[in-house]
Design a protein around this ligand. Structure first.
Ligand code: C2E
Ligand code: MG
Ligand code: MG
Ligand code: MG
Length: 280
């Protein structure tokens, strides 16, 4: 059955590709130009401790400052960057931007000492053997203590090749960085692998947070995820919190951290600094 739906998905994708092939080429060329022109940066979304509302850290989210199109969101360029392999260079740039930013904040704001920086790693980036040395070099250049960097890797990517992932995750772990499973619950996951991988955190996808108020069974799913995570000594972050009710529910389910528009949208570097002035 999985095979069938996989094939269907491929066919749909293929049809879209043919229509969009000119567009993909255009975007690819534009991406190459933009990388040389340094048009990519990250915006930063606060992550807070649900128990006391204190700032815990930020997630760096890629943004393209396009000269004609304005600010372009990652949904429009990450897939093309991934397809063309440009994600490796782009990802390294975002990682360095994020690590350097937190490193600078730490030297300027006394309250920034323990904040963490979460950075997304795509499938192709994760598949590159060079990733480990790239992360190591960026940490060294930025001066960020490795334990303050959290790499977010989606469940689906981790599950693609469990053996290979296990090796890669252990190498990353040996650098001292933290690992987070992003979009947890949306892909195919095997709970048994979760305890074999050296991950520190699960990130509950916003689709679950959205469903929470639509029925008690959805609350039970989150409760089960949180309980399982805690019994494996993992921390849990919920993304996409938009209402106080969602926050209160997640707190009552003992979810550790939260992120969402209720607190803040992702902000450009200078605007995100307002949160540091307030941090203790
Ligand atoms: P993600 O890592 O799951 O990031 C969370 C997304 O949810 C972000 O979208 C964020 O802006 C959005 N979000 C956060 N809180 C709320 C909320 O309360 N309501 C709603 N509606 N949305 C919220 P964004 O920035 O558009 O990024 C989308 C995806 O693109 C990310 O999902 C991630 O998979 C990918 N991405 C972003 N930056 C990077 C990057 O530097 N490298 C890689 N490889 N992927 C990236
Ligand atoms: Mg993420
Ligand atoms: Mg996520
Ligand atoms: Mg998500």
């Amino acid at each position: 059955k999985a095979k069938e739906s996989g094939k269907d998905r491929y066919l749909v994708y293929d049809a879209r590709m043919r229509e969009g092939v000119v567009n993909v080429l255009a975007v690819e060329n534009d991406l190459k130009r933009a990388l040389r022109a340094h048009e990519f940066e990250a915006h930063f979304q606060p992550i807070v401790n649900l128990s006391d509302g204190q700032l815990y850290g930020f997630e760096a989210l890629a943004r393209w400052n396009h000269p004609q199109r304005g600010l372009v969101s990652p949904g429009e360029f990450i897939p093309v960057a991934e397809e063309t392999g440009l994600i490796v260079e782009l990802g390294a740039h975002i990682l360095e931007y994020a690590c350097t930013t937190l490193s600078q904040w730490r030297s300027r704001y006394p309250g920034a000492g323990n904040l963490v920086m979460a950075v997304n790693i795509s499938a192709k980036q994760f598949g590159e053997a060079k990733l480990v040395t790239s992360v190591k070099d960026i940490l060294a250049r930025s001066g960020l203590p490795p334990g303050l960097l959290k790499l977010e890797i989606t469940e689906t990517v981790v599950m693609l090749d469990a053996m290979e992932s296990s090796v890669r995750l252990n190498l990353l772990k040996s650098l001292g960085v933290k690992l987070s499973v992003d979009d947890f619950g949306t892909g195919y996951s095997s709970m048994s692998y979760l305890q074999k991988f050296p991950v520190d955190q699960l990130k509950i996808d916003l689709s679950f947070v959205r469903l929470m108020e639509k029925g008690p069974e959805n609350i039970e799913i989150i409760r089960a995820i949180v309980n399982m995570a805690h019994s494996l000594r993992l921390r849990v972050v919920a993304e996409g919190i938009e209402t106080e009710r969602q926050r209160d529910l997640l707190y009552s389910l003992q979810c550790d951290y939260g992120q969402g528009y209720l607190y803040s949208k992702p902000l450009p570097r200078d605007e995100a600094e307002a949160f540091l002035v307030m941090a203790e």
